[in-house]
Design a protein around this ligand. Structure first.
Ligand SMILES: Cc1ncc(COP(=O)(O)O)c(C=O)c1O
Ligand SMILES: N[C@@H](CCOP(=O)(O)O)C(=O)O
Length: 512
């Protein structure tokens, strides 16, 4: 018999049962009293969505911008295209799709216009521009009605100057970390999911056959999907590889009310299943195979340029798994160049875990004959992917920006994560993979000490605290855990505590 505060097949036994918790009882009293207060009736014009609707009806100018699906990297003579209101994930030949914007219409406005427009929207609460994604709406989903947008004001994430980490560990003075994981659900997936779920919202209002939205996930996509769907009242279905995602990630879709299927396979197996399921049932596919997602994710690149006052960094390092994001970054930078906001694009580095490195192997083989791999277990569990759906997009992006692919062993990525944390960050293991790539490229002299370099941190470290606990407890077999910092156990005695503290204060490390 399953108790009301446990899940039969999920390893959640370490959770406190809130009903037995005095804080819960206390809160409950507060909530009950809130419920009984008489609420002031909300007038229609009291919310930001209504305000946006009113403004729109007073400015009746037709929208000059548009976008459509086209086959990815199609030859110029191709005429195949689809409306974004169609439910289509693949081209006729079975290839990937891309969202193509009417660049001629966008070019009617010069780079200075777009820079000023985007800058003017940052940090406001105006619907929907308070979102870092929707502040670039004309370049994302230009035709969607503001009223259909499902947003948690995602984006506008911290571009952190890694001053001490750069100086102390890498002799670099212009090193930055784009904290995409400091976000609504704790990863960059929010950027893409707001776009995809908004379009689904529109399709459902148009009475298109979309009963729910589904994804396969290593944790972050499912967290974002379930949160955005829950906020719009749309059913979500998530397919997860059993025992391969962190507990913090697992609980996110559960809490947000998704229908969660835990399947005894790996991510690639889940991906195959969701592709079949979404071709049979009226469930809309939310993985990055769906090119809508990348339209949102590309805004992180635009945001980086904006945060540097439209100056272009030399390098941007992105951890790669299913490989949608590396293309999204390329696309964001490229659009800024094509539309005259900047005059060049950065070199991109895609970083993979050595235990899940199909792109790295392909790069090392001179981009010849891509072969998927069977990904083995990695602390960077969200990128444990052996058969990435966006392989063609990633290769295209990297070849067109003189890009590089690097890899990180388990020890390298965990050490890199710990070193970054020791300078005040709290990054995820995937960011550890990207930082390892940076170490390697600095050591090889490819990245120079003065190069302006951005490491993309893709998820919040708190989602992966178990891996940090294992590292700092030196509990990982065959790993030295060189930068671990375990707590010192001392008995409750003043003299004993003083002895330990004196030893610490006199230690070499503290004086260096
Ligand atoms: C935390 C994190 N980092 C990096 C990635 C890799 O992104 P992509 O699959 O777009 O390559 C993912 C998901 O795959 C992720 O969840
Ligand atoms: N890391 C991802 C894997 C799926 O990637 P997607 O971008 O194709 O959805 C996850 O968190 O599920």
């Amino acid at each position: 018999m399953v108790s009301s505060c446990s899940f039969s097949n999920l390893p959640l036994s370490s959770f406190n049962c809130p009903k037995q918790n005095s804080l819960y009882r206390h809160r409950h009293v507060i909530f009950s009293s809130v419920k009984t207060t008489v609420e002031k009736p909300i007038r229609n014009e009291d919310n930001i969505r209504d305000e946006a609707r009113r403004n729109r009806s007073t400015t009746s100018a037709a929208n000059p911008f548009s976008a459509k699906y086209v086959p990815f990297n199609a030859p110029p003579e191709s005429t195949e295209s689809y409306s974004l209101d169609e439910i289509v994930y693949r081209s006729k030949s079975g290839g990937l799709l891309d969202v193509e914007h009417d660049l001629e219409a966008l070019k009617n406005y010069d780079g200075a216009y777009w820079r000023e427009l985007f800058d003017s929207r940052v940090g406001k609460t105006k619907w929907p521009y308070g979102s870092g994604v929707w502040s670039k709406k004309e370049w994302v989903l230009p035709e969607i009605d503001d009223d259909d947008i499902v947003s948690c004001f995602e984006g506008n994430s911290n571009l952190f100057w890694a001053e001490r980490f750069g100086k102390k560990i890498l002799s670099m003075n212009d090193l930055w970390v784009k904290h995409c994981g400091i976000s609504h659900t704790g990863s960059f997936k929010d950027l893409g999911m707001t776009v995809l779920v908004s379009q689904v919202n529109r399709l459902r209002k148009m009475k298109r056959p979309v009963v729910g939205v589904g994804c396969a996930s290593t944790g972050d996509t499912s967290a974002a999907l379930s949160a955005y769907c829950a906020s719009a009242g749309i059913p979500s279905i998530v397919i997860l590889p059993a025992n391969k995602i962190s507990m913090a990630q697992l609980v996110q879709p559960i809490a947000n009310g998704a229908f969660v299927l835990s399947i005894d396979t790996d991510f690639d197996g889940c991906m195959r299943l969701i592709k079949e399921i979404t071709s049979e049932l009226p469930i809309y596919l939310a993985n990055s195979l769906n090119s809508l997602r990348l339209e949102g994710q590309k805004t992180a690149a635009i945001e980086i340029l904006q945060q540097f006052d439209w100056q272009v960094p030399d390098w941007v390092i992105v951890p790669g798994g299913n490989l949608g994001n590396i293309y999204a970054f390329y696309k964001g930078f490229k659009m800024c160049q094509e539309l005259g906001l900047v005059d060049r694009i950065p070199r991109l580095v895609c970083a993979q875990a050595a235990n899940a490195n199909p792109l790295y192997l392909h790069y090392k083989a001179g981009w010849k004959d891509f072969k998927p791999v069977r990904a083995s277990s990695t602390f960077a569990s969200a990128i444990q992917i052996g058969d990435p759906v966006s392989i063609d997009r990633a290769v295209y992006a990297l070849r067109n920006c003189d890009g590089i692919v690097e890899e990180a062993t388990e020890e390298e990525l965990m050490d890199a994560m710990a070193q970054a944390d020791s300078t005040g960050m709290f990054v995820c293991p995937h960011t550890g993979v990207a930082i390892t790539a940076l170490f390697k490229l600095r050591n090889q002299g490819v990245i120079a000490p003065t190069d302006r370099t951005v490491v993309v941190s893709t998820a919040h470290g708190l989602k992966f605290s178990q891996s940090k606990i294992e590292y700092h407890s030196k509990a990982i077999p065959d790993m030295a855990c060189r930068f671990s910092n375990p707590p010192v156990e001392v008995k409750a005695d003043f003299g004993a505590v003083m002895d330990v503290l004196k030893g610490y204060l006199g230690s070499k490390e503290l004086r260096s």
